[in-house]
Design a protein around this ligand. Structure first.
Ligand code: ATP
Ligand code: MG
Length: 230
């Protein structure tokens, strides 16, 4: 077993093409240190989702290098990457089953107590316990028994339980319902703490919370800085 991932992520001269000759990322350079939260912002089609897909080895760069702890992602064993990388998608992916089962997917061997502890750590156990059958509530097809906000919290709890060193989050564009923004925001803040995080951010509160913001435009990073600087 190669050592644990610490979570430094660097892009060096990264270019990417889905189709030969059509650049969707052009010479992207940045360094994210362990524990930093990086917000990615930019117009639709600017390359935000593509950039985060390169971190997970879902795609490899056409040119340049993506490195984790100084090692090119191509050289990192997939199993190790899967264990150390958490991804929370925009669609808040839930499976048919209970809330408890959905959270446990973050770490299948976790006990019930550990699942509850993850929810407690994110300050949302009370919300989940208020569901008709508490954490045993069936989420329904694609989570249809839960509000968007509740679904988002379940996905955050799943990621909390998995406890990855690197977290990628494609923030939902639609505003949540059923739960106050501040609850979601607090849970997110706790979830991101201590991990290297990349957030495709839509909410101003998330952007403010980031250590650094990368502004993408047509595949290039056109600005980089803190919320105050930009
Ligand atoms: P949005 O805010 O809409 O999610 P984005 O910043 O995440 O946009 P990307 O999805 O990374 O943008 O897309 C960047 C460019 O790559 C766009 O021109 C898009 O049309 C193109 N693209 C994305 N996915 C594919 C694909 N699978 N095959 C070909 N082109 C793609
Ligand atoms: Mg996208």
């Amino acid at each position: 077993e190669v050592g644990e991932i610490v979570g430094d992520v660097t892009f060096e001269g990264v270019c990417f093409e889905y189709e030969p000759g059509v650049r969707v990322l052009e010479d992207v350079n940045f360094e994210a240190k362990q524990g930093e939260t990086i917000a990615l912002v930019g117009a639709t089609g600017s390359g935000k989702s593509t950039a985060i897909k390169l971190i997970s080895k879902f795609y490899l760069p056409t040119e340049g290098e993506v490195r984790i702890d100084g090692i090119r992602v191509e050289k990192i064993e997939t199993g190790s990457l899967v264990r150390q990388l958490g991804i929370v998608l925009q669609q808040n992916f839930l499976f048919t089953g209970s809330v408890l089962e959905n959270i446990r997917m973050g770490r299948p061997q976790a006990s019930d107590a550990e699942v509850y502890a993850a929810a407690e750590a994110l300050n949302c156990l009370d919300i989940l316990e208020q569901l008709s059958d508490g954490l045993h509530t069936e989420v329904g097809e694609a989570g249809s028994n839960l509000s968007l906000g509740q679904r988002q919290l379940v996905c955050f709890c799943r990621a909390m339980l998995a406890d990855p060193r690197i977290l990628i989050l494609d923030e939902a564009t639609s505003s949540v319902d059923g739960i106050t923004e501040s609850r979601i925001q607090k849970a997110l803040e706790i979830l991101l703490a201590g991990r290297t995080s990349f957030v495709v951010a839509h909410r101003l509160s998330t952007i403010r919370q980031a250590d650094r913001i990368l502004v993408l435009d047509q595949g290039r990073v056109i600005e980089e800085g803190t919320h105050v600087e930009l």
